[in-house]
Design a protein around this ligand. Structure first.
Ligand code: MG
Length: 373
């Protein structure tokens, strides 16, 4: 979309609607799981949209609870959507005794739609509005799940498929109680052998362990040169997280489940992590993510945002203290719907497309959903 004329860009623009759209694309082809969460039986997608009287629509590629979005709509209709801090504050103050949960997720996703909208109104990509540091970004495949009948050979084949897509950094799941630490260490070994000694390899426990289990497993895999151990313990276990950080040579990355600057302040102060994975769709939107990121840098703590690449890439491109973009290849997320990414030798280049640069083709999604019924 061409930017609006300077005298029209955002001036007098008013929010007219805030809504959720969702689609059901039918049964999932296969189920998969990490240590704590299994994929659902159906494949779907949802977005939050903010519409204006100038025809510009901001979109967040993640859904939210309808009732919470409707409550915020009542507060935001008539407001100037480019005054994002003002809109954030209106939402926050309406429920400021509640931090976290569906209310917080709805606030986060509306905030992200406002950033998309501002980018479209100003003719600039969100990664530049957030700061604009670099456009050439390293990416990793966030996958390596458990699945029925998936043996070591299947894990190797999956890993090889990501290398063929252009990935040069791989993350895999560990910690499922249906297997043993020894078998998980074997899984890590075969992936390391598949990718060779030089590529980044991350492992993700999805907060399944106690600190002593995490330390035990971390020591079993330290020899495989692990770039980070993700969510070894629950993020609320500040002392346990700090113990894991101190015990292992592997950096601990965590924070995808934490929300708000206040939650992260406590994690940083406790030194319960080495790499901050605040996820904009959960933590309070891009507005809150940037505040958390500023705090992380004061602790010399790099950032690797958790979550969909279509938001995370804007965070990683915005600031010098970021590491790498999480992406979900194959059937694991909406990449098949909004992508694919153009990955060359492990990197992508950020576009200058205004806003988040999403290709949300609503008639196409409607048709896909109709054909699945
Ligand atoms: Mg994770």
């Amino acid at each position: 979309m061409a930017p609006l004329a300077a005298d029209a860009a955002g001036v007098g623009m008013k929010i007219t609607d805030v809504r959720v759209r969702s689609w059901d694309f039918g049964p999932a082809e296969r189920r998969f799981w990490d240590s704590t969460i299994a994929s659902g039986p159906r494949r779907g997608f949802a977005i939050v949209e903010v519409e204006t009287d100038q025809g510009i629509v901001g979109q967040c590629p993640s859904g939210a609870n309808q009732a919470n979005v409707a409550a915020f709509k009542a507060l935001l209709v008539g407001e100037d959507p480019t005054m994002i801090e003002h809109c954030w504050r209106r939402m926050f103050e309406s429920r400021h005794t509640t931090i976290g949960g569906d209310f917080w997720f709805a606030l986060s996703r509306i905030d992200i739609a406002l950033w998309d909208l501002a980018g479209k109104a100003l003719g600039q990509p969100v990664w530049k509005l957030l700061g604009g540091h670099r456009r050439h970004l390293e990416v990793y495949s966030g996958a390596g799940f458990y699945s029925d009948g998936k043996d070591l050979a299947a894990l190797v084949a999956e890993t090889e498929s990501y290398l063929a897509m252009g990935y040069r950094a791989i993350k895999m799941k560990v910690g499922w109680r249906g297997t043993t630490l020894a078998h998980d260490a074997e899984r890590v070994r075969v992936v390391r052998e598949t990718i060779g000694p030089h590529m980044k390899l991350m492992v993700d426990g999805n907060h399944v362990w106690n600190a002593y289990e995490a330390i035990k497993f971390g020591r079993m895999i330290e020899k495989y040169d692990i770039y980070w151990l993700e969510e070894p313990v629950q993020h609320t276990d500040l002392q346990g997280g700090a113990d894991v950080c101190r015990a292992l040579d592997i950096p601990v990355a965590t924070g995808e489940m934490e929300v708000s600057r206040w939650g992260f302040r406590d994690m940083f102060a406790a030194r319960s992590l080495d790499i901050c994975q605040a996820d904009p769709v959960n933590c309070g939107g891009l507005t809150e993510w940037k505040k958390i990121a500023g705090m992380a840098t004061a602790y010399h703590m790099p950032l690797a945002p958790h979550g969909t690449e279509f938001i995370g890439m804007h965070c990683v491109g915005a600031l010098p203290e970021t590491l790498i973009v999480e992406t979900y290849p194959g059937p694991y997320n909406v990449g098949w719907l909004l992508g694919p990414l153009d990955i060359k030798d492990g990197f992508i280049d950020l576009p200058d497309t205004p806003g988040l640069g999403l290709d949300i083709d609503i008639p196409r999604f409607d048709a896909l959903a109709a054909s699945a019924r």
